[in-house]
Design a protein around this ligand. Structure first.
Ligand code: IPM
Ligand code: MN
Length: 355
């Protein structure tokens, strides 16, 4: 029987609750499909600060290297907000992405027909939306040097090397080849040198993909177009900070940020996490929406383990649960038959997945 080692980072806030539901679904699918998952829990973020004094302990850095994939919940919370930047939970996550070399962050924004009324936009605008945001994750202004706060000014640096742009562009083109073969590369080339360089480099890579239709858009316009006519997009390729912002905006097309997963790949071991945060305000109440994390587990099966059939079954189970009207509170106002707790929706999806 095939066996995989999965690193589990539950994190802070609602992290433990939502990861537990993803494990429930993974356990069900692995039994029904006949493979074995071994889990190893690791610390990151606030939980790591409390336990080990740092947001990214050495054991976690070493631990993830020995896994086939890592499933992650969320980190952060008011308890740790006052700490110095390098000790904050977010620094742990950024450091983990960097040491894992997961430079490509895939953030699908899909609108489930079943939830068409949950979006803040009109149904005809969002029906059928299926966008893949490909966000560069280990470069750009998030990591650029120098960075400093001085007494009278502060600065960060937006920097991209040729190789960094090339490799993320290749990921986006490869994905586009499996989809509708359209890429919109988003930058701010009318103002920033680094964006002009980004654009030229993406153009170079596109020569190897003559079938893919490449266009470019400034980020301010892209933000507007995402709300105006989201169906014009297939793959959006962009840098770290623009991708952070645009993927949050894109997530609301679907009605709730609690629905959307992400995969961070590029090196040997991938990191799979919901795109939402740790929601400290609702932590521990059992009302969080675990579907984004369950979807992330499905992306892990698809992209890291090659268990495509299992991933398809989980995706189908999520759709079925939504179609039948099972909802957590965040989407409870829309065509709900029953408002479920985090654990109840996990049970339902686990049950449907293994059928
Ligand atoms: C995300 C988050 C992170 C980011 C934070 C928590 C560091 O917003 O994954 O989108 O900015 O990348
Ligand atoms: Mn973000």
């Amino acid at each position: 029987m095939k066996s995989y080692k999965i690193g589990l980072i539950k994190g802070d806030g609602i992290g433990p609750e939502i990861v537990d539901e993803a494990i429930k679904v993974l356990d069900a699918i692995s039994v029904s499909q006949g493979f074995n998952l071994k889990y190893e829990e690791m610390l990151l973020g606030g939980a790591a600060i409390d336990e080990a004094g740092v947001p990214l302990p050495e054991e976690t850095i070493q631990g993830v290297k020995k896994c086939d994939a890592v499933l992650f919940g969320a980190i952060g919370g008011p308890k740790w907000d006052g700490l110095e930047r390098h000790l904050r939970p977010e620094s742990g996550l950024l450091g983990l992405r960097k040491v894992m070399g997961t430079f490509a962050n895939l953030r699908p924004a899909i609108v489930y027909d079943e939830l068409i009324n949950a979006s803040s936009l009109k149904p005809e605008v969002v029906k059928g939306v299926d966008i893949m945001v490909v966000r560069e994750l280990t470069g750009g202004i998030y990591f650029g040097e120098p960075r400093e706060i001085c007494s009278d000014r502060a600065f960060n640096t937006m920097v991209y090397t040729k190789e960094e742009v090339r490799r993320i562009a290749i990921v986006a083109f490869d994905i586009a080849m499996k989809r509708d073969k359209r890429i919109c590369s988003v930058d701010k080339a009318n103002v920033l040198e680094v964006s002009q360089f980004w654009r030229e480099t993406v153009e170079e890579v596109s020569k190897d993909y003559p079938e893919v239709d490449l266009s470019h858009m400034y980020v301010d316009n892209a933000a507007m177009q995402l709300i105006r006519e989201p169906k014009q997009f297939d793959v959006i390729l962009t840098g770290n900070i623009f991708g952070d912002i645009l993927s949050d905006a894109a997530s609301m097309l679907s009605g709730s940020i609690g629905l959307l997963p992400s995969a961070s790949i590029g090196n040997k071991v991938g990191l799979f996490e919901p795109i939402h945060g740790s929601a400290p305000d609702i932590a521990g109440q059992g009302i969080a929406n675990p579907l984004a994390t369950i979807s992330s587990a499905s992306m892990m099966l698809r992209y890291a383990l090659g268990e495509i059939e299992s991933a398809d079954k989980i995706d189908g189970a999520i759709k079925k649960a939504l179609r039948e009207g099972y909802r957590t509170g965040d989407i409870g106002d829309y065509d709900a038959k029953e408002i479920c707790t985090c654990s109840e929706i996990g049970d339902i999806v686990a049950n449907y997945s293994s059928k």
